[in-house]
Write a protein of this length. Structure first.
Length: 483
């Protein structure tokens, strides 16, 4: 890949050495995977940070090249205050920049740790990027797990950062909450950095005089414009009446609709993700959706909709019924009067009445289907798509089935012996799971990709913990005892 550069100049750092950045990276997205070079990152002193294949007792990059502190095979020394600085980035073309990288930490819990800092004045002053407890979403995740690390940022101590280890306790050393492997850390960069011509970053490690561990490693350092790709779908539910569904990749936190129908007055706009609109007449309308991501970046999509060609379903297809029978759902519907024109039906299922998936195709003569839905959601929605021989199609109204008044996530075993995994079940997809100790310190956070999750406890000290589960509904909190 070829990159464009612009002049940044020569900067004098307050740590008494000169660093020359004759060019700034200005083409984005930019990913430095460190496989062919050290990426022009600069340690504050010889040997304070090294680049290569890491084979420490815990941190092991398995042949992949990356940066780590002090040594490729051993940990950090006592009283370490070391950092490694990136090349210069020219953010002139970025409006809502976003950073991601893979990190691995193994430091004495609460005493030693690492954070990421940035500077816009050549390193004369530095600002910590983010804080412990910042919001978690699709573009902000795994950013700091400790809020008071004693020897980080000396002389201004007790800073947020990554801290913790999986090394067994020895003597008076503390342990727990190490990453135990590579973790993808993501962060929306401050809007104040947008347009800045020379931005540099540094990973800073601070340590005390006892209980040294492997330290920290990072890889795949990526800067890009924060992503947002909006889209929307719609279905007709009545005369001149449409239901709209707002979509965004990877996610959006704000929605703004304009239905191109000024005669409808205040109803011409909406800030709901999934609004309905009754158009004041037939004809074509340009519907516009603006979606905004967690970094504050917005993108727009517009579609021309012909209301006259948006017909509702015939009465005989509005009879979709769904009934719970044990762990199965029985679907039934009326046979269309124009049966000879029907090619087949698609049966679709959803857990949120927004994102439907096709689970079956039935012949036109069939009016019954039995489904075994996933058990991680309290409510399931079904709908039919009637496809005619000429290729036209129509949607039925959604039928709702409540599997349970409440299907909370389950945790077991509880209590759990230290070293045994905790298993969470009945999770909704894309649930944010956070673990806190009794002092309110966040021990870990993860986004579940399935309806279950195993949490290792070999990094946990014995005691009580809170598990917080958030999936868009009311958060659920569980208490777990580690013995």
């Amino acid at each position: 890949m070829h990159f464009l550069y612009s002049f940044c100049g020569i900067f004098l750092f307050f740590n008494t050495y000169l660093s020359v950045f004759s060019q700034c990276i200005s083409s984005f997205p930019h990913t430095q995977d460190f496989q062919s070079s050290d990426g022009s990152w600069t340690p504050n002193a010889a040997g304070s940070w090294v680049w290569g294949n890491v084979t420490k007792p815990v941190i092991n990059s398995s042949g992949s090249l990356c940066w780590t502190n002090n040594s490729l095979t051993t940990g950090y020394p006592a009283n370490a205050q070391v950092h490694v600085t990136s090349p210069c980035y020219d953010f002139s073309s970025l409006t809502n920049p976003h950073l991601s990288c893979r990190v691995w930490w193994e430091t004495e819990r609460g005493w030693d740790g690492v954070n990421l800092q940035y500077s816009t004045n050549g390193g004369a002053t530095w600002t910590r990027l983010g804080n412990f407890g910042d919001p978690v979403n699709c573009l902000n995740a795994n950013w700091y797990n400790a809020n008071s690390i004693t020897w980080l940022d000396v002389p201004v101590a007790n800073s947020s950062g990554w801290s913790g280890n999986i090394t067994p306790i020895t003597g008076s050393c503390t342990n727990g909450f190490g990453s135990g492997g590579w973790v993808l850390a993501q962060k929306c960069l401050p809007l104040a950095l947008a347009g800045q011509p020379n931005v540099i970053f540094r990973f800073h490690l601070g340590a005390g005089s006892t209980c040294q561990d492997d330290g920290f490693a990072f890889d795949d350092f990526t800067i890009q414009e924060s992503p947002i790709v909006p889209d929307f779908t719609y279905i007709c539910i009545g005369a001149n009446t449409l239901d709209f569904t707002g979509l965004a990749n990877p996610c959006a936190t704000a929605w703004s609709w304009n239905f191109g129908d000024p005669a409808s007055g205040a109803s011409n706009t909406s800030t709901l993700q999934n609004p309905s609109h009754i158009f004041t007449s037939g004809g074509t309308f340009t519907v516009t959706l603006t979606a905004t991501n967690p970094c504050g970046r917005s993108a727009v999509i517009a579609q021309v909709i012909d209301v006259d060609n948006c017909t509702t379903l015939p009465v005989d297809l509005l009879g979709l019924k769904a009934q719970l029978a044990g762990t199965s759902v029985h679907l039934s519907w009326q046979k269309p009067s124009e049966i000879n024109a029907v090619k087949h039906f698609y049966i679709q299922r959803s857990t949120d009445e927004v994102h439907f998936e096709t689970i079956a195709t039935t012949y036109s003569s069939e009016t019954y289907y039995r489904d075994t839905p996933p058990q991680h959601s309290a409510t399931i929605f079904y709908r039919l798509i009637k496809v005619d021989n000429d290729g036209t199609y129509q949607y039925s109204k959604a039928a709702q089935v409540r599997l349970s008044e409440k299907l909370p996530a389950r945790v077991f075993p509880n209590p759990v012996h230290q070293g045994e995994p905790i298993r969470l079940e009945a999770l909704a997809p894309e649930s944010y799971v956070s673990v806190y100790d009794m002092q309110g310190r966040k021990c870990m956070e993860v986004i579940s990709s399935q309806n279950y999750l195993e949490i290792p406890t070999h990094t946990f000290v014995k005691g009580l913990y809170w598990i917080r589960i958030q999936n868009g509904d009311t958060p659920q909190t569980l208490k777990i005892q580690v013995n």
